[in-house]
Design a protein around this ligand. Sequence first.
Ligand SMILES: [Zn+2]
Ligand SMILES: [Zn+2]
Length: 602
Amino acid sequence: MSQTFILRDYQTQAVEAALKHFRQGDDPAVIVLPTGAGKSLVIAELSRLAKGRVICLAHVKELVEQNHGKFLATGSAAGIFSAGLFSAGLGQKNSTAKTVFASIQSLSANLDAFHTPASLIIIDECHRVGMDESGQYHKTITHFRTLNPKVKILGLTATPYRLGSGWIYQQHYHGYTRPCADSFFKKCIFELPLQHMVKKAYLTPPIHYDAAIAHYDFSLLTESLDGEQNTDDIALNELIHKYPRVTKAVTEQILQLSQNRQGVMIFAATIDHAQEICGYLPAEQTALITGTTKIKQRDALIAAFKAKKIKYLVNVSVLTTGFDAPHVDVIAILRPTQSISLFQQIVGRGLRLSPGKKDCLVLDYTNNGYNIFQPEIGEKKPTQDSVAVQIICPQCNFANVFWGRKDSAGNILEHFGRRCHGLIEAPDDAASPEVPNGPKYETQCTYRFRFKHCPHCNQENDIAARQCQHCSKKLIDPDDILRRALNLKNNKVLRCAAITPQIIWADKCLKITYHDEDGLTLSETFRFNYKNSRQSFNDLFARRIANGSQSLQFNTLEELEKFLPYLPAPDFVIAKKQKHHWQVTERIFDYEGPYRKANELG
Ligand SMILES: [Zn+2]
Ligand SMILES: [Zn+2]
């Protein structure tokens, strides 16, 4: 069997990673490849190598067709006879071929037609498995698992993270964990960064043009309860109409900057918005595609765009995936993009190689400040000025990437990481003894950068934990502590804006004075010649210096002295009235909740 296609280095690596993983076990695995990396070739090669039947699933007919086409094009002579399509949209229902390329809708509605077991199920755009509300993927997987409990499941995606639904896998082969306990996929076994693709000239370089004439400030959008930006059309239209001149100015700039360009894709926020944009563009060279565009018309418009009969293609949330027009050399983003992955996916539409194309102009009018090559952090940007920072774990040395803030010189001012994402080998007793030669049992590093102490066992827990993970006792919610203290006459709650630490050498103690915004103070002392007092200082303050990125402990005041300016301030301090003074009883750090913190607007 001759193979006329030569896989690129990383495609071979991806295939090998899958083979190696499935030789060791049956856990569903994910391969992350950026848009344009040639996923369909990886799929074709794996399908060719698989001994048993392969079912290859995708959610749109274009992808089903594309994957099938690539499989045939790889030249495996038997392919033509052994590969089949199962998709109502493509008018074909071949359920018996060795490799079936199927649309998930058609296949899950016709499971009865599939009664021979499969050895491998490949899911393209597999981030949809978790978002699959009607359960088509789960129904299908359950069906094939009944036929063969050991069926291997491999997902491919360019976007393993989505705001709202989160990470789609739990462990990464580079040795770290993702905070998602119940994702369907267990492990990411291969990932290729976009940067590698550009560096090796598999993609054209993006030129990030800082337009800066005008922006939409999508950060003004209110957030719904699940932390997703409220991106419904009404809110978006309101926001866009707040800036009546922005759309016109932005469109004029796009026109001007695209003069010598071949194909321009414009991502609009709403249909109203898109129509307004189209109004400023030359009508005979412009097309608009939205979710309500009829399929026939959509296909015709896309064909005209690919043939360069239309230069400007405006769309509203339909062309982010499964659309491929290599000549596109301008991407204009006028819609909110809630995650870096989504931003990169949109930019990816313009990075395909094409004759006469040197680069792709990226015009970002959204003020997101996203970097095309930045790794996904997997959390919403906590502040407008947040950037990705690298924080080394003092316990396992893993290089975490968290959101953080830097000063103008590039020094890290703070970071927002909570727990180390490093993967470490679990202690022996945690390994499953029944598989002595199985893969090593790996677990997430226990180091926490931000934490709250359990009042019962003094162990550290996540700042949002409701129950101690060590002793299982209930942790008191900081809001309850605050509410209670505010209601008690002999309690005082200080909204702490700053602290003044002062060593009193004569008494071998450290005095910490807490200040609120109005100049009120509370204070307490830690006596360093008493072990308990010293420990309590270390637990409260030393452990939190530089957001826990150092893990410091001090045994003497001399050691502590030079670190005094770096002691962290709590958000709230609670004190109880004694006979002659106020006794500090609680210091609440890393507070997240409804009560206003110092230096925050009310
Ligand atoms: Zn660690
Ligand atoms: Zn506890």
